[in-house]
Design a protein around this ligand. Sequence first.
Ligand code: BTN
Length: 255
Amino acid sequence: MRLENKEKFITKSLESCKYLGSEVIYYDRTDSTMEDARKLIEQQAADGSVIIAEQQTAGKGRYNRKWYSPLGGIYLSLILFREIEMQKQGLLSLTAGVASCETIKKYLPEAEIKWPNDVLFKEKKISGILIEKLGNYYSIGTGINTNTEKFEGEFLLQPTSIYLETEKEIDNNNFIINFLKKFDENYDLLANHEYNAILEKWKSMSLTIGRKVKLRNPMIKGEREIDIINIDNNGFLIAETEKGIEKIISGEIFY
Ligand code: BTN
């Protein structure tokens, strides 16, 4: 069911945004906002549309995993229409991570980003981002554990929530508005080719550079230990590995 009052409230609060808020769809429950976004894109969705749900029955994570989506958390997808050069597409993923971490830091100042865009607090996962591309449409799905009280099931990386870490319930609608405004601000940097500004912000919040980490590529079995030295201008990791200096363009890192 669509919650019209919330749609109106969020639309009004996004009036100052340059990119987001052309359409706001707010569900009490859906299967996955990524599926809703895909359906809207197939009908030529308006650039800047936002789909929000209070819970998801089939939340999707990266690498076909499930995303635990009970009441209490935030689940949303943003639809953007833009031609982004192939090698700069990774920067969209970092931009989303920066927006998410900047917002979470207001509640948990020690929040950090794990490449490319997971937000962790004390090495536990608070938020994850999934990006899907359909032609020149991007759908940016973000799940944030705000007021989640408990986590059931198995998780690759131990999750936590802002509520569990602070013992304070937060206002999800305020969080959503803050996040969308932060995203809009950072996406403006990307749209204006200010790539260094995004990379500098990302580096200042990152847990990854200068660490020895385990790299897993879920598509290929196995794990290897690598030393992360830096991130390049396109958002790929530069690592020292058994093969020498390597560029890491995909995979997941663990500490
Ligand atoms: C990850 O695996 O870390 C990415 C998780 C992305 C979850 C969000 S919740 C909103 C949107 N809808 C989904 O089904 N998934 C994304």
